[in-house]
Design a protein around this ligand. Sequence first.
Ligand code: NAD
Length: 453
Amino acid sequence: MNFEELHRQQQTFFNTQKTKNLKFRKRSLEKLRDVILANEAFLYDAIYADFGKSRFDTYTTEISFILRDISYYLKNLNAFAKPQKVKTNLANQFGNSKIYHEPLGNTLIIGAWNYPYQLSLSPMVAAMAAGNTCIVKPSEVAENTMKAMAKIINENFPPEYLFVVEGGIPEITEILKLKFDKIFFTGSTKVGQTVYEAAAKHLTPVTLELGGKSPCIVTASCDYELAAKRIVWGKFLNGGQTCVAPDYLLVDEKIKDSFLDALKSQIIKFNYLPESEHYTKIINERNFQRIVNLIEQEKVFFGGTYDAEKRYISPTILQDVTWDDAVMQEEIFGPVLPVLTFSGFSEALHQISMRDKPLAAYLFSTDKDDKEQFVNKISFGGGCINDVIMHLSNDYLPFGGVGKSGIGNYHGKFGFEAFSHKKAILDRATWGEPDLKYPPYTEKKLSWIKKLM
Ligand code: NAD
């Protein structure tokens, strides 16, 4: 495929100004919604072929997100795109000041495999709403979903507007040589650095949605049953392959034993068996082996079994884990939950603050002071108090990391802004021109300027 030619076509198309038209944007979003709905069964089959994900899970964690994004932008686009009137300072009287949201232009979206539809198509929806063209490169690791997206988008939209590239590292390396107006990347911190370097060559702005180890603190004041239920759901959703899943637990040592029991009974209740259609398999052999290697059998409190043929790893809880264990050195990205303990709340916060800033952090506590310290003392992308993961389902909150977990954010209005330039325009009146700013300058003018400023 000739990527230079594709890119040139998208540049030419953007320059026709067509994508700036709000009717065009809305019609395109409506068409995308119709295409997704018409191909829903096809999309379910593709993801099932990649990692055995059920229809229920695919709808709730993927398709519904994209459809909701489309409805959200259809509803709010006029308001978002409307020039925003702001105050005009004294020195610029008489004038009008407005902020215009201008589409950035030709954008590149690179997706990860763990929620393959949502992570490629939700940014694309935001880019479309903001009036851009898009080249989308989903992850080749989830091969069937990548092909499915390429088929439904490329058959229904012109390549000069939207195009899904099928390919892996060689293809994306070629594409990254081109000059884009925005690159939106979801994936690992390591590859994020490579993408950032490529973007820097053209001074292209980026949003980097990266990963990391997201901690979850469990204090003695919380409701154990409810905390265990929410943690087990969030950790083992998608087979633990969720960027904002609680990576590890920091549990008050006073409640460790009873909390471990609560986690165990919750896993049993959820019935995550090899044959369960609601327990997602590991994406591929390489990841399966990587995760299995993190399970130290003598530290297994519950689970720890696996089946290579089915790429099944049972929900596993590890106890007596130390910060030096292999499982604490990298993002787990699988159904293994290490449990560490702390004796004082400030110690838990201190341990977190010594490490890379995580994408998410969670606290289970009913204590007001704990909550305030959690929010104010440690840095992380975003999170929840008394829940996990759910912050990303609220479109009124920005979603993104900080430090090594990412740059920038999206979702809702923040997605529209991620693909827009805020253009500042001062429209001056052609009357009432004060002479103060023009030479020749005098002491009298200076004293007036001092008074006015
Ligand atoms: P990855 O970094 O391996 O791949 C992501 C994308 O980058 C893929 O499309 C891949 O083809 C491409 N890529 C791979 N090597 C490349 C290279 N050398 N140059 C340019 N592009 C390259 O990540 P992954 O395995 O798909 O996803 C897992 C990671 O993504 C985890 O760290 C997870 O936490 C993170 N993640 C973050 C979010 C978020 O929203 N912040 C969401 C999902 C996953």
